[in-house]
Write a protein that binds this ligand. Sequence first.
Ligand code: SAH
Length: 391
Amino acid sequence: MAKPFRNGDLRVMEQRRCTYDKCGGCMMCEKSYEQTLREKKKYIEELLSKFCKVNEISSMYYPYNYRNKVHSTFGKTQKGGITTGIYKEGTHEIVPIDKCLINDKKADEIILTIRNLANEFKMQAYDEDRHTGLLRHVMVRRGASSRQIMVVLVTPTENFPSRKNFVAKLLELHPDITTVIQSINPAATSMVLGNYEKVLYGKGYIEDTLMGYTFRISARSFYQVNKSQTEMLYKTAINGLGLTGKESVIDAYCGIGTISLAVSKNARYVIGVELNLEAVKDAKENAKRNNIKNVSFFCDDAGDYMLELASEGKRIDAVIMDPPRSGSTTQFMDSVVRMSPDKIAYISCNPETLARDLNYFTIKGYRVKECTPVDMFGFTKHVEVVCILTK
Ligand code: SAH
């Protein structure tokens, strides 16, 4: 494990000062990085040590500027201008943010440019109560290896006056942007992106490399935000399964197929299942572009899909599951138990639902053999965990 940066390091001290009012992001930034790791480990131990001894937390080498995806919301300033930032927790009030110590620096710069341009173009921030204004959100995603940059501008309707000039000006100031997308989201929801997109510049997606494979990533597809720790996470899960190359593997909640491709060389075949159609399209395209033939992807609810396989009497050797924060479902887990895989790698971004689901699996005859926390989101309260279960 790489030794983490000490906060006493001068370069780091410089960055550590967060000048913003609590935005709900890096809640732990006043603490030393080592302290945050100790607290995260303790939290995981409280929840999971009844199942298994908790391994040392896998820490980041440099816990700053790691977020490759940055999202900001537009809001009105008191002088009638437009700003970008984050909702103050529990309010509709925007805390303007110019830069954040965990965000990719380039992404922050681009968002600041967009804010300034929006003021120059006299654009209005969308007002959720009155349904007036143009700009709702901006999202910037940058490929950590490819350096390709996607900018997504979210508007309530298709109407986007001066769109051409706005994008031209933005590209002039940031020629390294590779694609610009307008996402149309009329709904009053906490979801940032809408279901309809217009490509304003470039290909409409970016590419990036992970675990030696290249991936196409669309705006609405999930993609982990921290490259080096994601690789650590995936390796921990794949190595934990100890595959020989002969196994049938299911990668459930597979997103754009990153884990499926990474595990494909250790398995006979891999099935990926994912609910988001855009992500499944990306996954299929990703298998093709990496010339991987022993992987197939299905767009379905993971629980429904597993139930179908179990009802057909299918057997499977190993399951990798990486559900959203709400965790898995009894339908999914029941079906897994019926298919009786020798091993399960459970990757979780929410230790509380993980504890609930481990409880279920252990009642049904599985044992938690390994439990490794991985710090993917330094200085925030979040922590990822990989558990290896055996029969
Ligand atoms: N394993 C991937 C994605 C993990 S995020 C990676 O590491 O990149 C969780 C994924 O679960 C998201 O892509 C989300 O779209 C998907 N998802 C959410 N609910 C689902 C469900 N009920 N069935 C299948 N997939 C689901």
